[in-house]
Design a protein around this ligand. Sequence first.
Ligand code: SF4
Ligand code: SF4
Length: 373
Amino acid sequence: MLFQVILTTECNLECRYCFGEALKDVDADFPDFEIDYYLPNRIGYNIDSLDRFCRQDPDCVLTFYGGEPLLCIDEIRHILDNVKAKHFLIQTNGLLLNHLEPKYVNRLHTILVSIDGDEALTDFYRGKGTFRKVINNLKPIRRNGFKGELIARMTVMEQTDIYKQVRWLLDNDKLSFSSVHWQLNAGFWNDFTRRDFREWSETNYNPGVCKLAKFWVDQMENKGEVLRIYPFLGIAQSLLLDERQNLLRCGAGWTNYAVQTNGYITPCPAMWGIRNYYLGHISSTDPLKLKKIFVGEPCTKCNVFNICGGRCLYANVTKRWSPAAYDLVCKTVRNLIAATSKEMHRIRKLIENGRINLRDFEFMKYNGCEIIP
Ligand code: SF4
Ligand code: SF4
């Protein structure tokens, strides 16, 4: 099991798609849910109870999560020193990474760092100067002995040219990433009417994804290299293995859960504070017996459900976008699946002739890359 440990609800950035949206969404209520508005800002339970909880599962994987988890750097050190887990991961904006000593950084299996592309785009979404600070903090980590996976985690919306920005992250003169994942900011806020999602997704994003899928396979052909572009990697691996799973690819609610700052367990970090989805508490719940939560309609009636898996439990249950608006998101999913499927005959041929290997498509499942953006 994997647990995203929310160390704090606070953040040291005010990104457009998160802080900015939260401000505009301030009067958007959740009439169908009972909301807990009084969660502690920072981890408020004893770390021994997290250790006892985790020890019950020999495969317990913990991800430091927030807000910005590195605002709780002492707690991170304490957990790394005292909690027994199979692996530790972190999802961070990277701004405080330079404060965590290499002996701790090097114990992390994976670092998912939020970066949206080149300097102009990252700073547009995340604030001026963010890009440089993050890159400067990331540069020394390999030199200091970090051997894990470093994943560029993009948040994508209307200002993003997906083809250009993913290619930039993979190959640039500042810091090239070998792993890239992105998530669409779509369906998380009551913001569809003030956005231009339709136009952008149809004229820019969807064609960009098709072009990127072709580039991905061209690289396999030309260089014998399977780039770790997670949405393609996950879908192509499923198609190669003929895997059909009607389960969320992010793992939320069935293998991946979040632990709130007060120790209550929810299916995913985005669902913190929704009491209807409190599934237990780390002091009293057996991690291996946690209730499982699954997506409902429209996903369960969708003809690509067995590849998509439902995209997002939070979006599925909260329905912040109307069915017609969310259908545009589903069109992006269908496009991604079609773009990957279209390239499969080339991929299969490259595997057959030994240019690439099936093992090149392996990755740690549910590591924070949701596969379906
Ligand atoms: S494409 Fe849309 S409706 Fe279909 S399974 Fe995915 S999220 Fe659900
Ligand atoms: S995709 Fe949705 S359900 Fe899954 S982890 Fe992200 S917000 Fe939660």
